[in-house]
Design a protein around this ligand. Structure first.
Ligand code: ADP
Ligand code: MG
Length: 259
């Protein structure tokens, strides 16, 4: 039975998509069956997994609006056990179009429910906002995983995100857990980075993953090849970090922390 992880932070450019793709690939390489859901109209997770938005005719939008069956819009990737529900351009309109729809914040939960049996993990890449698409992700998810960029304003906005998670847990999804916080784009030689990491660990303790994702140019290059870092350059520091993160995520699940 799949655990559904929402990768969320309303800030853009903090490493959500990079984490969604490469964590998913790491889990797949460890033998798990994984589905990535690209819930960002930008479609970066789709293109990063080999399906650029312009080359995709139907996607998660069509499933959310009951236009197509979810099985019909699911795509394979270069990795056998990693599948994708891609984003299309239409997804831009979904925030508005869903407003008047029945159960508008439960749509994704309903779409994913028949797929839960087929996967060990469903990883949802959220857009950089706390709008209706992100709300759908939080209502569908078992846990939310937050990438935190190691920079000065990193903590800003984190409170708002965690309050939203708390509100969803109180209301629409009582089972929603916090999967953890992962520090991204870290530079060990940079004092500020180390400070942000220290601060996060002080405030959030073991919620912060031991694994820190370093800033690594190879991570920025891989998406243009439509492959995860684990296929693009498995020896890179980025690949090793995301594989270690996948191991930690799997271990947390084993310890029931990630219910
Ligand atoms: N650890 C990293 N090292 C180097 N570049 C990174 C790293 N993580 C992300 N990037 C790059 O930073 C940019 C923003 O990352 P992305 O994952 O798209 O963030 P988000 O999805 O939160 O907007 C992208 O160009 C991505 O390739
Ligand atoms: Mg993104």
């Amino acid at each position: 039975m799949a655990r559904i992880l929402a990768i969320s932070n309303q800030k853009g450019g903090v490493g959500k998509t990079t984490t969604a793709i490469n964590l998913a690939a790491g889990l797949a390489l460890r033998g798990d069956r994984v589905l990535v859901v690209d819930l960002d109209p930008q479609g970066n997770a789709s293109s990063g997994l080999g399906h650029p938005r312009n080359a995709v005719t139907a996607g998660i939008y069509d499933a959310l609006l009951s236009i197509r069956d979810v099985e019909d819009v699911r795509l394979p990737t270069h990795l056998d056990s990693l599948h994708l529900l891609p984003a299309t351009r239409d997804l831009v309109g979904a925030e508005v179009e869903l407003v008047g729809a029945d159960h508008r914040e439960r749509r994704l939960r309903k779409v994913l429910s028949p797929l839960r049996e087929s996967y060990d993990w469903i990883v949802v890449d959220c857009p950089p906002s706390l709008g209706l698409l992100t709300l759908n992700a939080l209502v569908a998810a078992d846990a939310v995983l937050v990438p935190l960029q190691a920079e000065y304003y990193a903590m800003e906005g984190l409170g708002e995100l965690l309050r939203t998670v708390g509100a969803v847990k109180k209301g629409m999804n009582p089972d929603l857990a916090r999967a953890g916080i992962v520090i991204t784009m870290a530079d060990a030689r940079n004092n500020l980075c180390r400070e942000v990491e220290g601060q996060a660990r002080q405030i959030f303790g073991s919620e912060v993953f031991q694994t820190v994702i370093p800033r690594n140019v190879r991570l920025g290059e891989a998406p243009s090849h439509g492959r995860s870092i684990l296929e693009y350059d498995e020896k890179s520091a980025g690949a090793r970090a995301y594989l270690a993160l996948a191991d930690e995520v799997r271990a947390r699940r084993g310890q029931q922390e990630l219910r």
